[in-house]
Design a protein around this ligand. Structure first.
Ligand code: GRF
Length: 187
């Protein structure tokens, strides 16, 4: 099987990055992670790039040139898919058009519900009974692209933001790999 080169964008903890790195060691998994990008030099997740000897770059999103820099690097590493795994910056329309390959994102709600930030507090405020996570293609509208897969769980009365996050992320670690298999194996 020919593996596709992937780049993972992070901003924080990097639990999805770590999970994808481990999955990608399996010869039947459709991607290799060739590059990691973070907009935060202190992102905890960068230690996984270091630990697994994956090249990484820290970008300054305040600089106008950062998207051009990224496009050059993505080309250099022959990246066919970008995985947004907790990347807290919005990718511009121009970047999506210029990259012209797949970009997928993981979001901690059952899209199309609760797009955007502060997801857990809004879910609780709305007294939802079910929540979950969604992996979707990225288009020019926030959290709006075609859904690839989602995973659900029931919300208990005792759940708070902390427990919702734990339950959601546990499912994310199944959903993201499954989405990549769907994207490339079409099943
Ligand atoms: C995930 O919950 C994801 O849904 C959201 O950001 C979080 C990133 O977590 N977009 P991690 O950095 O992968 O641990």
């Amino acid at each position: 099987m020919v593996k596709r080169n992937s780049c993972v964008f992070i901003s924080g903890k990097g639990s999805n990055l770590k999970n994808l790195i481990i999955k990608s060691r399996d010869s039947s998994f459709p991607i290799n992670i060739k590059l990691v990008i973070s907009n935060d030099p202190n992102a905890y997740g960068l230690r996984y790039a270091k630990q697994f000897s994956i090249p990484y770059y820290i970008i300054d999103t305040k600089s106008e040139k950062y998207e051009n820099f990224l496009l050059v690097k993505l080309k250099e590493y022959k990246i066919s898919i970008i995985c947004l795994a907790g990347f807290m910056k919005i990718i511009s329309k121009k970047f999506i058009k210029n990259f012209n390959k797949k970009i997928i994102n993981i979001h901690p709600s059952l899209l199309p519900k609760f797009k955007g930030l502060n997801t857990y507090s809004r879910i609780l405020k709305n007294r939802e009974k079910i929540s979950g996570c969604t992996v979707h293609y990225v288009n020019e509208k926030l959290d709006n692209g075609r859904i690839i897969c989602n995973k659900k769980f029931s919300i208990e009365d005792t759940d708070d933001q902390k427990t919702l996050k734990i339950k959601t992320q546990k499912l994310e670690h199944f959903a993201f790999p499954q989405a990549l298999i769907r994207v490339f194996n079409k099943n």
